[in-house]
Write a protein that binds this ligand. Structure first.
Ligand code: OAD
Length: 235
């Protein structure tokens, strides 16, 4: 791929970009996410029904993050962010912090962040390290037990959709990396980009559910293919 005619780039990442750092993808072969059904840990109903279980699940995800580091794919995307002279937006569905730890700045976490909390009493969102649990105290209002992980659960609206939608419409190149294409609205970005005249590239271990919408598909591991693609683009 050459950079000819490309100024604005939007990159969408999913769990596959963090797989080689040691974080589990969502849709494993058994259909479970770290041993849980998604509807038991990633919905507002699950949180109302059993907040202890949901907190324990995300507390474990937060603890696990301390044990992993960004891989070559995160690092290559940070290098592209630093060196690309045009517009660039990295939209991640991941709730880990590996893109920012690698150095990406032009970044949106459309599904929230496991290392942030959201107080349902005062509405504020804040950085959160360590366990949260059911008795957490809000650092803004002091309310007890009304802090939840700042994660966009199923049935909730992803963050910054207007800004993302505009960037996807305006992009010359849309690249999807390490996502199964199973969850909307992210799964629909490729169609919007295409409709608005952007070129589309997919990098994934296997064809995603929307693979046929992409102009080009590259199958393989993100930590190998992403640095190669970034080298091509910056050459
Ligand atoms: P999935 O687990 O659905 O898909 C991960 C994709 O990455 C799969 O297509 C894998 O084949 C691919 N993959 C695995 N290892 C890879 C590697 N080393 N290199 C490249 N690709 C690899 O995860 P997402 O598509 O991110 O939402 O899931 C989307 C959303 O569903 C998540 O953000 C989450 C989840 O439920 C919420 O929590 C709201």
């Amino acid at each position: 791929m050459t950079r000819e005619g490309i100024r604005n780039i939007v990159i969408l990442t999913g769990a596959g970009v963090s797989a080689e750092s040691g974080l589990a993808t969502f849709r494993g072969p058994d259909g479970l996410w770290e041993g849980h059904r998604v509807e038991d840990v990633a919905t507002p109903e699950a949180f109302r029904r059993d907040p202890g279980l949901v907190h324990a699940f995300y507390d474990a995800r937060r603890a696990k993050l301390q044990t992993v580091t960004p891989n070559l794919a995160h690092e290559a995307l940070a290098r592209l962010d630093e060196q690309w002279p045009g517009e660039l937006l990295l939209v991640t569905q991941n709730v880990d912090d590996l893109h920012e730890r690698a150095g990406s700045n032009r970044l949106i976490h459309m599904h929230g962040q496991v290392k942030k909390g959201w107080c349902l009493r005062c509405g504020n969102r804040f950085a959160w390290d360590g366990a949260m649990g059911t008795g957490a105290e809000c650092p803004s209002c002091g309310g007890i037990g009304q802090v939840r992980p700042d994660i966009v659960w199923f049935g909730e609206m992803p963050y910054e959709m207007e800004r993302i939608d505009q960037a996807v419409r305006d992009c010359d190149l849309f690249v999807s990396i390490g996502t199964s294409g199973a969850v909307y609205p992210a799964a629909g970005f490729v169609q919007t980009a295409r409709y608005c005249g952007g070129r589309t590239l997919e990098i994934n271990l296997e064809p995603s559910m929307g693979s046929f919408f992409f102009d080009e598909s590259r199958m393989g591991k993100a930590a190998e293919l992403v640095p190669r693609w970034v080298d091509e683009l910056l050459a």
